[in-house]
Design a protein around this ligand. Structure first.
Ligand code: C2O
Ligand code: CU
Length: 551
């Protein structure tokens, strides 16, 4: 195994990813940032210099479990203090599994300012994947806003009467490139340049006859997406770093925080290029950004030559059934099944709701809206700083019997808390994520939930209210896929299972940036006594200021 050393500098720069010029956060001058390339078993070291001048930073390695290095998870408030301007912080962790992963900012709503990228972990020399391909490409999908993250965050925090929702994105980006319509009235002169090379569509060049592995991931702030390639089928072979029993799709639904590998064959008429598009689903796409566009470029055609066809339409945004069906179709590859423990030791049901708390709009789990503490839990728990956060754990369930998930509820008992769930080490935990009506009539949203520090088995999805007695009988305990991010469909439930076998403190939250910011998350702690000595570099904030590091 090797050590992969990276030196990154994070700064603000003017960029025009969708032709509209705004301040974005770059790594070494780029957004998306550099791809981390490693082999299974390697140690990745990233020395991160914060040159944002007036803003803190922290980077999370999404999908990497951080076994033995929980302080490198990069979750501000949970595993570390923020990295202040001028400081350099060293992340160091082992990539123990092959697959496709991500990294992104985990401080405030900073991710959507452009601080993100891919991690690609290859198999060790001499080992091969259970599928064949000639070449490998990474594509990150994103939605893009022109407002700064501060304007957005402030709007979300205002009292309900003045609440400003972030709204729909201005454009969709494919590998950092999108197209905003510069003819939009009321733009200041000079901010939008339709001919800027920065916003020319991303092109994936293919050689006719070859097979390509496209590693497609989503880091949207809000949108659920569909991705498709004109005239080409996609065979799904990997999801969140786990091999999938292959199946073929025309369009791939993908939620923020998910990664997939699909295989495509360059087997169409090679005299032209083809559209690759992404469009918004689940939310009303007619009110959202137009499709994001890229080119599948057949060599030797010019990479920027437009396909001769009209832009193909994506699937209907409101076809919820098609999305549920895709979720149900994803199973573990037959030769790579990790059989889950057959019974849980602890079962938690997490009701997802929108609430009104202290005059503010919030999202909650079992009527508790999550707030980040000033002292990171990892340090507080290790050093026994019991004043650092609410010692009362949030509830394991809600009022299943009486709660009507199809009604607008008052949830008058909702509160805010930075309390956490303590899990007995090594137990098997079941989580049932229960979706419900928002504060608007006949409205429920799709939420992609992401777990740090673990992969979980996806045991099932269902519509309506989870039935504690009958639904567990329908769990897939034979070949469930393991993932780290999973959608909870509208008015539906998703059941997952994991082993609390990774000493540390781990966030579990909706990957929609504004939802997590508004409280849609929880935190698990397990095996704290087994956590090694904390590096002093993660300390310095909240109650950890005076703590002396004892080796
Ligand atoms: Cu990719 Cu806590 O998130
Ligand atoms: Cu959400």
């Amino acid at each position: 195994a090797k050590i992969r050393h990276y030196k990154w500098e994070v700064r603000y720069e003017y960029k025009s990813p969708d032709c509209f010029k705004k301040l974005v956060i770059t790594i070494n001058g780029r957004t998306p940032g550099p791809t981390v390339l490693a082999q299974q078993g390697d140690t990745v070291v990233v020395e991160l210099k914060n040159s944002l001048l007036t803003e803190n930073v922290a980077i999370h390695w999404h999908g990497i479990r951080q076994i033995g290095s929980p302080w490198s998870d990069g979750t501000e408030g949970v595993t570390q203090c923020p990295i202040v301007p001028g400081d350099t912080f060293k992340y160091e962790f082992v990539v123990d599994r092959p697959g496709t992963y991500l990294y992104h900012a985990h401080y405030g709503m900073q991710r959507e300012a452009g601080l993100y990228g891919s991690i690609r972990v290859a198999l060790p020399e001499g080992k091969s994947e259970p599928f064949f391909y000639d070449y490998d490409r990474s594509i990150i999908l994103n939605d893009w806003y022109h407002k700064s993250t501060y304007e957005q965050a402030v709007g979300l925090s205002l009292p309900s009467s003045n609440f400003v929702w972030v709204g729909e994105p201005q454009s969709l980006l494919i590998q950092g490139k999108g197209r905003f319509d510069c003819a939009t009235p009321s733009l200041e002169p000079g901010v939008c340049n339709a001919t800027s090379p920065e916003c020319s569509p991303y092109a994936v060049t293919v050689v006719p006859g070859k097979t390509y592995r496209l590693r497609i991931s989503s880091l949207t702030a809000l949108s659920a997406l569909s991705f498709q390639i004109e005239g080409h089928n996609m065979t799904v072979v990997e999801a969140d770093g786990h091999y999938v029993e292959p199946f073929v799709l025309k369009n791939l639904f993908i939620y923020s925080g998910e990664t997939y590998s699909v295989l495509i064959e360059a087997n169409q008429d090679p005299s032209r290029n083809y559209w690759m598009t992404t469009n918004v689903v689940s939310r009303n796409a007619t009110k959202s950004a137009p499709p994001g566009v890229a080119f599948l470029n057949y060599y030797p055609n010019h990479p920027q030559r437009s396909p001769p066809t009209v832009l193909p339409a994506g699937p209907a945004w409101n076809d919820d059934k098609a999305r549920l069906n895709q979720s149900l179709a994803i199973k573990a590859h037959r030769d790579f099944i990790h059989t889950p423990p057959q019974l849980p030791d602890r079962v938690m049901v997490f009701l997802n709701t929108q609430n009104q708390i202290d005059g503010r709009k919030r999202w909650s789990v079992n009527n508790v809206s999550y707030t980040l503490p000033h002292t990171p839990y990892l340090i507080a728990l290790k050093q026994n700083l019991t004043n650092a956060f609410d010692q009362t754990p949030p509830p394991d369930g809600y009022d299943f019997v009486n709660y009507d998930i199809y009604k607008v509820q008052n949830n008058t008992n909702a509160t805010s808390s930075d309390g956490i769930y303590r899990l007995q080490f090594n137990i098997t935990v079941d989580i049932i994520l229960q979706n419900a009506n928002t504060m608007q009539l006949n409205d429920s949203e799709t939420h992609p939930w992401h777990l740090h520090g673990h992969d979980f088995w996806v045991l099932g999805y269902g519509k309506g209210k989870f039935d504690m007695y009958n639904d567990p009988k329908k769990y897939n305990l034979v070949n469930p896929i393991m993932k780290n991010t999973v959608p909870v469909h509208k008015f539906g439930w998703t059941a997952l299972r994991f082993r609390a076998d990774n000493p540390g403190v781990w966030a579990f939250h909706c990957h929609i940036e504004s939802h997590f910011y508004m409280g849609m998350g929880v935190v698990f702690a397990e095996g704290i006594d087994m956590v090694g000595n904390l590096p002093s570099s993660i300390m310095g904030c909240g109650e950890t200021k005076g703590v002396v590091h004892r080796p």
